[in-house]
Design a protein around this ligand. Structure first.
Ligand SMILES: NC(=O)c1ccc[n+]([C@@H]2O[C@H](COP(=O)([O-])OP(=O)(O)OC[C@H]3O[C@@H](n4cnc5c(N)ncnc54)[C@H](O)[C@@H]3O)[C@@H](O)[C@H]2O)c1
Length: 281
């Protein structure tokens, strides 16, 4: 798929990976429609630094289906006719609390994480796909089955989606679900000519991680990544996103961009991780 002239809804587009994806799509001649939770003025000011004309901002909480649906409708009004060609869904949260054996205390984090990371992914994929299909009112979403590519949606999962390490009790399963949603959506949306893939990064130094956790993760990567044994740069993840968008044969695929990192918790012979890991996510 050529990105030139095509518009993409980028959730979390004021963040590290989402911002990088927006700029990369614009650099290819595309249009970035950013959904994020920054106040309207701050969000608009930020995306205008990406490009003065080919970047738009909507303040949207992606876990709210009415807001996402409405923002998709508004987005269709500001971009050229039939230009919406997909989404890059980067908005997510990672909660954090001190290690403890009282797992019940993690339930609130689990519910919050599921609401944004899992419900939000289903909502974004559904609303973006419906918005793409709404550009073809005469054809309808189901019939006739199309051979023309209408678009591509990329969801961001994580290397800790499988296997899920002890440290990622709430965040890990939320990303496992993101991979499941991506697979189901890919199968459902095939007849509409919409591909769905996911990208699973390892650890990227971003606002999501916060500075406290970075030294811990740097040493974990040094110990258990294959190569390179270091944090990823956002651009390295964005490179994978753009590859999946552009290559029309890539569908129903999870692309791990993780240096071969398997983030399992190493209990054997080591100090109890609860003594040195900063938190449960
Ligand atoms: N940073 C990492 O190490 C890492 C690793 C694996 C996967 N990921 C995933 O990559 C994606 C992007 O993460 P990032 O590192 O760029 O983080 P980031 O914190 O820089 O960006 C996330 C963005 O999402 C926005 N956001 C959060 N909740 C929202 C909501 N309810 N509605 C709308 N926007 C919301 C935030 O405002 C922020 O701009 C996420 O899905 C994350 O889980 C990140």
């Amino acid at each position: 798929m050529k990105l030139e002239g095509k518009a993409f809804i980028i959730t979390g587009g004021c963040g590290s990976i989402g911002g990088g994806a927006a700029k990369a799509i614009i650099a290819k001649g595309g249009i970035a429609v950013v959904f994020d939770v920054l106040p309207k003025d701050a969000g608009e000011a930020k995306v205008k630094t990406y490009h003065p004309e080919r970047a738009f901002y909507f303040k949207v909480d992606i876990s709210n289906v009415d807001l996402v649906s409405e923002a998709c409708s508004e987005a269709l009004k500001v971009i050229p006719k039939r230009s919406l060609a997909g989404g890059v869904h980067c908005a997510a949260v990672a909660t954090s609390r001190k290690w403890s054996n009282k797992l019940k205390d993690s339930v609130a984090d689990f519910q919050k994480t599921l609401n944004i990371n899992v419900n939000g992914t289903f909502i974004v994929d559904a609303c973006v796909a419906d918005a793409i299909n709404s550009q073809y009112p005469d054809e309808g979403p189901f019939a006739p089955r199309t051979d023309d590519e209408r678009g591509c949606i990329i969801n961001i999962a994580s290397a800790v989606a499988h296997p899920v390490p002890a440290r990622c009790l709430t965040y890990g399963p939320s990303k496992t679900a993101v991979i499941g949603i991506s697979q189901g959506m890919a199968d459902f949306l095939g007849p509409s000519g919409i591909r769905v893939c996911s990208v699973s990064p390892a650890v990227v130094a971003s606002g999501l991680m916060g500075p406290d956790r970075i030294p811990y993760f740097a040493s974990e990567l040094n110990a258990s990544a294959i190569f390179p044994r270091r944090l990823s740069q956002p651009e390295e993840v964005v490179h994978g996103i753009i590859y999946l968008l552009e290559n029309s044969m890539m569908n129903d695929f999870e692309l791990r961009v993780d240096g071969g990192w398997r983030g399992v918790t190493n209990w054997a012979g080591a100090k109890d991780p609860r003594e040195n890991a900063p938190s449960l996510e």
